[in-house]
Design a binder for this molecule. Structure first.
Ligand SMILES: [Zn+2]
Length: 403
């Protein structure tokens, strides 16, 4: 009896061994199946890439999308593919790839945000702004929250939707350690300028107030506040706020000098207004302010006084513009006193000088180097705010973009 029981006991390790062998066999079968699957996907991926290289992008997308359905590991490949299409300007294809990713149920939240962000960029590139906005707004809080918000901010500025731009800039400030107050002040200034154009004074006043809260004594906001007062027949108040610009940001005074004179005219103080602009010329003679002061000088005090002023300017801040204005003034004097030969001489000198100053006098963006004849608060080249120096210069003709 005891012998039989011992015999059975001996069988136990044998069964164990057989079980172990069977499980190994099963694992090997499974591994072989996985390997076959992997090779199949690899072949499909290669086929997709091959189609791509053979300039058959649509078939390539079909094949690669199928691979992605089988293998979630190819997500990165798809992002690269979508971005490649977008960079090549093939936005429709980029949208198809990114849309496919965004629709996948098995995507991790981080990849889903990434897909929504890329899709938003595609729609932006395609000019489908409503869809871009919807897609970018789907991006959750994570790695893509800041770039998505930055894209939205960029988009609202292109659309000139300043109210939404203010909200986006405020949200962006909450997400990153960077102030957007300067842009916010400019957005409010855009709203104020538009409201002043429509004579919507309550809206203009509110926007100016917000701009000045964002950046106290902001030059553009103060200029607009003066415009608001002047439009409401309060010239003295206009003069008072513009005097702050003259004191704090004199380089911007050329933007308001004509209205400054109009306001002084309204309070019967043209000479006081002109004297204050003349005082500014000591430091601000390089640029447009000189042209404006010269114009008013000719009208109010005549050509002789204008000539004295320009000779003085030429001594401390010689520029082609000042020389041109001097020739213009001397021509006006010679036309009265003669002789004929001097008039002819001055005319040819003036013609030459005007040609050169028109070709050279430009405002230059400090960010991208874009040069423009008129001053811009936002650079048309790179869209940066307050990147233009308020001083017009007469540098050599650059090779960069200009208008
Ligand atoms: Zn620029």
């Amino acid at each position: 009896m005891i012998q039989i029981e011992t015999g059975w006991l001996l069988l136990i390790p044998i069964f164990f061994g057989l079980g172990w062998l069977a499980s190994r066999w099963d694992l090997r079968l499974e591994a072989r199946q996985d390997e076959r699957e992997r090779l199949k996907q690899q072949r499909s991926t290669f086929k997709g890439l091959n189609l791509l290289l053979n300039e058959q992008p649509d078939q390539a997308i079909e094949t690669l999308v199928k691979v992605a359905q089988l293998d979630p590991e190819t997500v990165d490949l798809h992002f690269s593919l979508g971005n490649l299409f977008r960079r090549r300007g093939e936005t429709e294809r980029a949208i198809r790839v990114h849309q496919h990713l965004a629709n996948r149920e098995d995507l991790k939240p981080r990849d889903r945000d990434h897909a929504a962000y890329e899709l938003g960029r595609d729609f932006l590139r395609a000019g489908l702004l409503d869809r871009a906005e919807a897609s970018l707004n789907q991006v959750g809080a994570g790695k893509y929250a800041i770039p998505a918000k930055e894209s939205l901010l960029e988009m609202y500025q292109v659309e000139k939707d300043w109210k939404k731009a203010i909200i986006a800039a405020n949200e962006l400030q909450g997400l990153q350690d960077k102030s957007h107050q300067l842009e916010i002040a400019q957005f409010y200034c855009e709203i104020a300028q538009e409201a002043l154009r429509r004579a919507d004074f309550p809206e203009a006043e509110g926007a100016i107030h917000h701009a000045l809260s964002a950046i106290p004594n902001h030059a553009r906001a103060l200029i607009l506040q003066g415009d608001f007062y002047l439009a409401n027949e309060r010239p003295q108040q206009a003069i008072d706020v513009w005097a702050i610009v003259a004191r704090e940001n004199p380089a911007y005074m050329h933007l308001v000098a004509d209205r400054w004179m109009a306001a002084h005219h309204a309070v019967n103080q043209v000479n006081l207004g002109l004297d204050q602009l003349l005082a500014l010329l000591k430091t601000q003679a390089i640029g447009e302010l000189l042209d404006i002061v010269h114009k008013h000088m000719m009208q109010i005090r005549g050509a002789q006084a204008a000539e004295v002023m320009l000779v003085d300017v030429m001594q401390h801040s010689p520029t082609l513009s000042a020389l041109s204005k001097l020739a213009e003034t001397r021509l006006a004097l010679a036309e009265v006193t003669g002789p004929e030969t001097r008039v002819a001489d001055l005319k040819s000198t003036l013609g030459l000088l005007k040609q050169r100053t028109t070709a050279l006098a430009r405002y230059t963006c400090g960010n991208c180097g874009f040069r423009a004849r008129r001053f811009y608060w936002q650079c048309p080249g790179c869209n940066h705010w307050e990147a233009y120096s308020p001083r017009r210069t007469e540098g050599a003709v650059p090779s960069g973009p200009s208008m």
